[in-house]
Design a protein around this ligand. Structure first.
Ligand code: HSE
Length: 329
């Protein structure tokens, strides 16, 4: 039984995803059951790294989510609209959805997941946080027995790359940011990275899974790295600290009751702390739970291959779930 994918977006992550799907040899055997049926892009004229048959491509994005032949819609457009509306339309049409869109999930997660629940389809989003690091599924499932105490870490590859390069080579902020953009790490509008907004979206998603309930994205305190200078980094190093942009969600007590603190800001991390040595585009997420104690998820946090690896893992999960449903007597 084959599964047809409708891909929305052929940018950095879309291209990485298509490249994996088109070259399944030596990967999971279920990948050979997946076929890219159609690809929706904003512009056909744009020069692309990956050339696909013209018959497969369209600028009519709605035609992808309404195509009766498509089983799985993979949304990799980024941005709020039309991504949100297309995801909702796909759900309404009974499609399974995979997305790496942290901005949409952090703001409209409730709307999207209740729509999916109503129709009985899945919305999977491993690529939305931590690039290639498997963290969403482990938080949802493998750590499910734990009472989570805190989730914190480095969840933006671009800013970690900038801080690392400024610290190691003394390169200026603008130059390193341009490098991060060329490497495909930064968002289309890198303000989202630099000002901590992308990290805030990601910690909102992680906190919602870890602690349950709705996290109000607009209430997350958020300060980026714009005001961190090479001199700050050097002074911090002399005092035995690294400066890292941390995203933090932790239980705390307030007025005798329990509260949840969620925030993003540059932080002085003691140089012997595990997060101090997470460099370059890598991300690391520390989860503390009872009774497990602390675990750390670490790996490449942005870029085409890393994020596509997570996206395709969601497609594979869906294929095994849908296959199992189809095989039911
Ligand atoms: N711009 C994001 C980052 C991409 O740098 O982490 C991965 O979500």
């Amino acid at each position: 039984m084959g599964f047809k994918v409708g891909l929305l977006g052929l940018g950095t992550v879309g291209t990485g995803t298509a490249q994996i799907l088109l070259n399944p040899a030596g990967r999971h055997p279920l990948l050979s059951a997946v076929e890219i049926h159609r690809v929706g892009v904003r512009s056909l004229g744009k020069p692309r790294q990956l050339q696909l048959p013209a018959s497969m491509m369209t600028t009519n994005l709605e035609s992808i989510v309404t195509d009766p032949d498509i089983d799985i819609v993979v949304e990799l457009l980024g941005g709020l609209e039309p991504a949100r509306s297309l995801i909702l339309q796909a759900i309404k049409r009974g499609k399974q959805v995979v997305t790496a869109n942290k901005a949409v999930l952090a703001r409209y997660g409730d709307e999207i997941f209740s729509a999916a629940h109503g129709v009985g389809v899945y919305v999977l989003f491993e690529g939305a946080v931590g690039g290639g690091i498997p963290v969403i599924q482990p938080l949802k499932q493998s750590l499910g027995a734990n009472r989570i105490i805190s989730v914190l870490g480095i969840v933006n590859g671009t800013t970690n790359y900038i801080l690392t390069e400024m610290s190691a080579k003394g390169t200026g902020f603008d130059e390193v940011l341009a490098q991060a953009q060329a490497l495909g790490y930064a968002e289309a509008d890198p303000t989202a990275d630099v000002d901590g907004l992308d990290a805030a979206d990601k910690i909102a998603i992680l906190a919602a899974i870890a602690f349950g309930g709705r996290i109000k994205r607009e209430e997350i305190f958020c300060e980026g790295i714009r005001r961190v200078s090479a001199a700050d980094i050097n002074y911090a190093a002399k005092l035995g600290f690294a400066i890292k942009l941390l995203a933090i969600a932790q239980r705390s007590s307030r007025n005798g009751g329990e509260a949840l603190q969620v925030r993003v800001h540059p932080t002085l991390v003691p140089s012997n702390h595990p997060l101090a040595s997470i460099n370059g585009v890598c991300n690391a997420i520390l989860v503390a739970g009872d009774p497990l104690g602390q675990v750390m998820f670490f790996g490449p946090g942005a870029g085409a291959g890393a994020t596509a690896s997570a996206v395709v893992s969601d497609i594979l999960n869906l294929v095994s779930l849908l296959g199992a449903i189809a095989l039911k007597p």
